[in-house]
Design a protein around this ligand. Structure first.
Ligand code: SRM
Ligand code: SF4
Length: 572
């Protein structure tokens, strides 16, 4: 039922809308083109649909020029992203991912900022078997990308109490409940028999409809005081409210998102706003109705303005809340008080429920690989072989070896030592608070390096940090290769966005707990200028900061950068 007071923007449907429309519920000609052996790639239309199956066609950009010179087609390969709510994987599943990465991928795994695995470098001919093996391990890649609800994030600290496992169960239920219903994935990748239906009467996608959403949609659940999942960056965020040790429900926040386009003020990062509270068993209903509002009123004409944050800003928070309550048929309660301390990870060993132990391992840039001097991938593989608990991928791209029994702890410690795997305590707290998106060489949208460059930059910044006595000071620092914000740059106290090879826009002033956006401080600067700026800023911070003041707050108080009070004034 459409509310006449609310309107979707007018305009012709975007190319992607047309592709989805023609696709017969995300099938397109994927089945045929994946069998075609002439090219290692697939046509653009099918690639748009491919995303809904959890994969992107990419090419190795390090090889692009050389292959062009040799008149070869680009070095096409696929990226595959797993759906894994809350980032929880069994050791057996880890071993499958590891094996597939060796067998069909580029020999590495990426732990993503939404708590899942990505594999890169899979050739077209190996895609089907890779997806089948993932499926056999009880994971899948459905809706990991595309215009649907994505991997549902959830606070990854397992030791807190029963609350964590309860909240994790909700993230799984949300993820399953909001899955597309089309059988396209099962038919194309898992050889499910096509069932002749009666399309005229059958409702294939009762919630999404045949066009799915105007854009991707993201949900995350935070458990205060940790905001590790950056709840305000989500299209729909839930904040767990715990009273007398019991989960009583969730505050509901809507309309967050990080992406923007350089130089286009009609695009901006935005924070989700809390609109009320609901009891736990109502969150599926809330999520479904919020999604249908975006389905009905999101911008299907201009994709760069199609995220739910723009729908909320265009229609207004109150009208969207009213519409939600109309669709729900009940009212949200008043939001309850909560408090966040930080949006990072806590490293090392902690003891939790039933005497189980958890170790948070520092994984720089989320990349699991073997280097000459550091056999991270082999080390975790050996741990997975004996581990009886589980693994938790964090939203800061780290890894928790979780639920280790006291009996097994010694063996795990031995393996950690053998392979030199640590909580990163020998690094600066700045490095341990860093995130970088994938960027080059696989990301087709990258304008500058991120994952490969941030560690190199940090080597130099750590010298400045040491000179100023800030080695143990947690300052969140995030780098992305373009303004899409995959490392949630706008919520890092220091943020860099790639502008061109070797050049970055520098951002300052985000809050340590992820509750305030950063603002641009310098435009298009290279390494020498970055270091010069940080030299001045960090030395001022060391001298002038107030007790326990965070860097993001300091730069605002000291008048170095203006506070961003809302995404809509991000560019002012
Ligand atoms: Fe992202 C597109 C990688 C989290 C905002 N993102 C991409 C693509 C698929 C590039 C493309 O479209 O061709 C990147 C693939 C690179 C590669 O080679 O693997 C990519 N995004 C990633 C990951 C792997 C970064 C990482 O290093 O961890 C993260 C995977 C998450 C996952 O497991 O699902 C990832 N992306 C994010 C986040 C952070 C988050 O969700 O918490 C954001 C910002 C939040 C948001 O969505 O607002 C994000 N990615 C984008 C955008 C901008 C979307 C927008 O509407 O503003 C794009 C581009 C697009 O959608 O057109 C994008
Ligand atoms: Fe690619 Fe840009 Fe996302 Fe980095 S932020 S992974 S460069 S789309």
């Amino acid at each position: 039922m459409v509310n006449r007071l609310l309107k979707a923007p007018e305009g012709p449907p975007s190319d992607v809308e047309q592709i989805k429309d023609r696709s017969n519920y995300l099938r397109g000609t994927l089945e045929e083109v994946m069998q075609d052996r002439i090219s290692a790639g697939i046509p653009d239309d099918d690639n748009r649909l491919m995303k809904h199956h959890g994969s992107y066609l990419q090419d190795d950009r390090d090889l692009r020029n050389e292959r062009q010179k040799q008149k070869l087609e680009p070095a096409y390969q696929f990226m595959l992203r797993v759906r894994m709510p809350g980032g929880v994987a069994k050791p057996s599943q880890w071993l499958v991912m590891d094996e597939l990465a060796q067998k069909h991928g580029n020999g590495t795994l990426k732990l993503t900022t939404r708590q899942t695995f990505q594999m890169h470098g899979i050739l077209k001919w190996n895609m089907k078997k890779t997806i089948q093996e993932i499926h056999a391990s009880m994971l899948d890649t459905i809706a990991a990308c595309g215009d649907v609800n994505r991997n549902v994030m959830c606070n990854s600290i397992p030791f807190q109490s029963e609350i964590h496992s309860e909240v994790y169960e909700w993230s799984k239920k949300l993820s399953d409940y909001l899955l597309p219903r089309t059988r396209a994935y099962h038919e194309i990748w898992l050889d499910e028999e096509k069932i002749a239906g009666t399309p005229e009467v059958e409702v294939v996608e009762p919630m999404y409809g045949p066009l799915y959403l105007p854009r991707k949609f993201k949900i995350g659940i935070a458990v205060p005081p940790s905001n590790d999942i950056d709840v305000y960056s989500q299209d729909l965020g839930f904040i767990a409210i715990v009273e007398s040790g019991k989960l009583v429900g969730f505050n509901v926040a809507i309309g967050g998102g990080m992406g923007m386009t350089h130089g286009d003020k009609a695009t901006y990062p935005q924070l989700a706003k809390v609109i009320g509270f609901c009891e736990p068993d109502r969150i599926l209903d809330v999520a479904e109705k919020v999604i249908t509002i975006q389905r009905d009123y999101g911008n299907r004409s201009v994709r760069k303005n199609a995220r739910f944050k723009y729908t909320v800003d265009r229609l207004g928070l109150e009208p969207v809340k009213n519409e939600l309550e109309n669709r729900l048929g009940w009212h949200l309660d008043e939001a309850k008080a909560y408090h966040f301390d930080n949006n990072g990870d806590r490293y090392g060993w902690v003891r939790g429920l039933q005497g189980k132990w958890h170790f948070t391992l520092f994984v720089e840039g989320g990349r699991i690989a073997d280097w000459k001097e550091y056999k991270l991938m082999t080390g975790i593989r050996e741990i997975a072989k004996i581990h009886t608990g589980d693994f938790r991928l964090t939203s800061n791209q780290n890894l928790i070896i979780a639920n280790v029994s006291s009996q097994k702890k010694k063996k795990i410690i031995d393996l950690l030592e053998t392979y030199g795997l640590t909580d990163g305590a020998h690094h600066s707290a700045l490095r341990r608070s860093s995130i970088a998106c994938v960027s080059l060489p696989t990301c087709g949208l990258a304008m500058a390096e991120a994952e490969r460059y941030l560690p190199v930059l940090l080597d130099k910044v750590e010298t400045i940090v040491d000179e100023n006595g800030l080695r143990d000071e947690e300052i969140t620092i995030r780098m992305t290769g373009c303004p899409n914000g995959c490392a949630r740059h706008a919520l890092g106290e220091i943020g860099f966005i790639g502008k061109a090879p070797g050049k970055y826009n520098m951002y300052l002033g985000a809050a340590f707990d992820g509750s305030r956006l950063s603002k641009m401080y310098r435009e298009n600067i290279g390494e020498a200028e970055i270091l010069k700026e940080l030299q001045v800023l960090l030395s001022r911070f060391a001298k002038e900061r107030e007790e326990r003041e965070h860097f993001g707050d300091f730069v605002i108080r000291a008048g170095i950068i203006k506070e961003v009070t809302d995404g809509t004034n991000f560019h002012d």
